[in-house]
Design a protein around this ligand. Sequence first.
Ligand code: ATP
Ligand code: MG
Ligand code: MG
Ligand code: MG
Length: 565
Amino acid sequence: MRTSQYLLSTLKETPASAEVISHQLMLRAGLVRNVASGLYTWLPTGLKVLKKVENIVREEMQRAGSNEVLMPMVQPADLWEESGRLNDYGPELLRLNDRHNRDFVLGPTHEEVITKLVANELSSYKQLPLNVFQIQTKFRDEIRPRFGVMRGREFLMKDAYTFHLEHECLEKTYQKMFDAYCRIFDRLGLDYRPVIADTGSIGGDASHEFHVLADSGEDDIAFSDASDFAANVEKAEALAPSGEREEPSKDIELVELKLERLIKTTDTPLNASVKTLLVQGTATDDESEKFVALVLRGDHQLNEVKAENLPSVASPLTLATEEQISALVNCHSTSLGPKGLSVEVIVDRSAAHLSDFTCGANENNRSYTGVNWQRDCGDITVADIRNVVEGDPSPCGKGNIVIKRGIEVGHIFQLGQKYAEAMNCAVLNEGGKNQTLTMGCYGIGVSRIVAAAIEQNHDKYGIKWPKAIAPFQAAIVPMNMAKSARVKETAESLYEQLLQDGVEVLFDDRKERPGVMFADHELMGTPLLLIVGERNLDEKKVELKNRITGEKTLIAIEDVKALFS
Ligand code: ATP
Ligand code: MG
Ligand code: MG
Ligand code: MG
């Protein structure tokens, strides 16, 4: 592509409307333009990045055995009536009528359409398990669209759905998809964490979110600043000030959350050195429960004690004393999971509902997945709970708590039978009997990832794309092409050569000063600049500038090709 033909709409000034850096840079580098609240046009540079993210996601979904389909964005409201979500989903669901006054919705997600499809297409257990995905536009009438494409109303999502005869099969596929998600975010070059999450309006059992770490994130994740404790805390507001003794609610009971299964997201084996585990809930108004405390136990004895308090607004992390915990443990025996960890949570039923929880253990940057939470209640009173804030000692005794922000870029759910049951999605099993299917669903915010990647990869000059999603691999920047026939000739032939080699290269053939060209490429985050100048041509060399390292070197023209092989 030549800049003379390219819609290169860079801006010098930072638009006042843009609050976060990714939104500012996406506007300045000419990636997107706002059309209306939460609605964006993707300009060529932005679209190139979006497509690259999309392709990585597509490749990994296909690798995981998922079939690509494409469902309509407009969905009959009948389907939502059938699933029971027409009323439940709330005002994010945009409703509309056609000319015959029939009711439709704009799809915020596609469980209904896919469940209906599978109910019609499948008849036998032999066709299972089935894994399908699409990459498609969603519409959610967000109450507060903001941060550009990070929280748009219209946005691009990859949503996958799996269908199974048995829960065990769902669990296996869920793990496979979890692994595929890790590969996707690894390939994208992002610093991310998986956390246990809420199942929200989608419903179901187990769920994980994938978060990209960034200051502008809307969720909180907690770590130790030493390498012996890492806990992911989702949807906690900034932790409340410490030192205050809280009077726990009278209406408290103990809920045991038994860790039945603990699967690490990394290959380091989980062992007895894991002493603590952090779990956190988020309060919502729908139901009358909240976390107030956690009891954590290690392999053989009570190693660490940790408690949390979640008032309806802020979510202070609290630490209970060992005596209390002993009391708790005494009055409520806890069975250890196969990996030797168990957690007890005290729930205040008079307060808000526990909607999200995340889990991590005392190793740096590790979080645990596949944790099964089992409830088993008994009455208990807690006397003394202390708040813990950032900078407080980590419950494991090593290091202090650090809170980081995360951007939710992916979310996977074990749905169970909620939709299949409501929509009569069943097949004949081996015994010839009709059996309702069990489902999983798996979302990735493709367009949000573009913004999240920028939040993590930028400097004062502009975007520093991870290699895998840079809009161009390189740009050719000729110096004073108008004055030097030799520069022009070399730049043109280098351009032709690279095009032939399949390199995504932008040829900056504008009649601009070098400073203007360099500024634009730094803003856009082009990883490599090939600077063609009269000075180096006697030696048949061009200057190579690396956007990430800032390094400048001379390279023989004949060696340029090898940079991209
Ligand atoms: P959030 O908590 O940010 O509102 P969500 O939990 O409502 O997201 P999901 O229903 O889990 O979103 O959808 C799957 C993915 O779609 C999310 O993990 C996120 O990456 C993306 N996503 C959701 N809402 C938006 C939005 N308004 N704009 C861009 N991406 C979004
Ligand atoms: Mg949402
Ligand atoms: Mg969410
Ligand atoms: Mg979510």
